[in-house]
Design a protein around this ligand. Structure first.
Ligand code: GRF
Length: 200
């Protein structure tokens, strides 16, 4: 069976990476993870990759004098693999237009709100859930979208919503949202794989 070849980029826990690894364990799932790259040497997700027998690389952004140098090494590392899709999964670096341009329509990201609401520069992690609670929203959720230079503005692949409950805290809301991210990311990868692998 033809499978979409993935790279997964992480910065931390890697629970979204784990969801993708677990989905790929099903031989009928139309994708496989070729490599994992972390910009943080201490990312727990690196252990998840190694435990799954997946090539794991560290490209530590702190080592490079500029974003351009960091992205050049990141690009070189990715080019060791014959990839179809780069999945940002808790990857906390903003990628520049030059890098994105080399991987046009090949970079996915997960965002913990129903974009276009509560997205954009500075809207990541807890800041998103805080803003949703402060705005008194009745629902939030997870968005999987293509990455373009304009942060969080790329085409949406799919979304999964959750209710915002009375008395929700950042912790309770983020736990409910990330649970849906773990379902949405594999679903989005499968959707793209079906569209791209079945094309004549
Ligand atoms: C996810 O909620 C993602 O939306 C945000 O950071 C979290 C990453 O979690 N960017 P993990 O590293 O995949 O566990």
């Amino acid at each position: 069976m033809q499978k979409l070849k993935l790279a997964v980029l992480i910065s931390g826990s890697g629970s979204n990476l784990q969801a993708i690894i677990d989905a790929c364990a099903d031989e009928d799932f139309p994708a496989r993870v070729m490599c994992v790259i972390s910009n943080r040497p201490d990312a727990h997700g690196l252990k998840r990759a190694r435990d799954a027998g997946i090539s794991a690389h560290i490209v530590d952004h702190k080592v490079y004098d500029s974003r351009a140098d960091f992205e050049e090494v990141l690009d070189d590392t990715l080019n060791h693999y014959d990839l179809d899709l780069i999945c940002l999964a808790g990857f906390m670096r903003i990628l520049g237009a030059g890098f994105i341009g080399k991987w046009e329509n090949q970079i996915l990201n997960t965002h913990p709100s129903l974009l276009p609401k509560f997205g954009g520069e500075g809207m990541y992690g807890e800041h998103v859930h805080r803003a949703v609670l402060d705005a008194g929203e009745s629902e939030s959720g997870a968005t999987i979208h293509f990455v373009i230079p304009d942060v969080d503005k790329g085409p949406i692949v799919l979304q999964r919503s959750v209710p915002v409950l009375e008395g929700d805290s950042i912790e309770t809301l983020s736990a409910r949202v990330i649970e849906q991210e773990h379902i949405a990311y594999p679903e989005a990868i499968a959707k793209i794989a079906r569209e791209r692998l079945e094309k004549p």
